[in-house]
Design a protein. Sequence first.
Length: 160
Amino acid sequence: MEESNLDRGVIFVLRILMGWTFLYAGAWQIWDNFDTAGFLNHVITFHDFFSMFAQPAVLPATDFLVKWGHLLIGLSLISGLFVRVSGPFGILLMITYYFAHMKFPYIEENVNFLVDYHLVYAAVIVYLISHRAGHIWGLDGLDERMRLFDEHPVLRPLVG
C-alpha cells in the first residue's frame, strides 16, 4: 500500500517523538546516575518478579541495561537506524513499565483505568515497525541499499 506524504510525515513525526522520549529518559538517567532499585523495590504488581532485578548482584546490570537501553532505543528511533531491532526492546520496556505501575484495574493512579501512556507508546512503536519507519527519512532506507546487505542477506532483516 502506497503511503501519502501526510502518512510519511506522521510516521516521521511519531518516530522522532518516540525517539526523543527514550533518548531524554536515557540521557537523564545516565547524567543523574539514576538507581533502578528504588523503582523496582516499590512495584506493587509482580513485586517478587521485579525485585529479582534489584538484588545487589544483579542491580549493576539492570542499571546499565535500563539507562543505556533507553539511550540506544532513542538514538535508533531518531536516526531511523535499526528501528526493526530497537522497536521490540522499546515495546518490552513499555509493557514492563505498564505492569510495574499497575494497581489492578488502575494503572499508576485512579485516573488510568486499564490503559495508560505506556500501552499507547508500545502501540505507537508497533505502528512504526509495521510501517518501516526507518525507511522514511531515516538511515534504514540508506543502509538497505549498501553492498554489505546484498553480500550478506542474513543481515537484511535488520533494516528491511
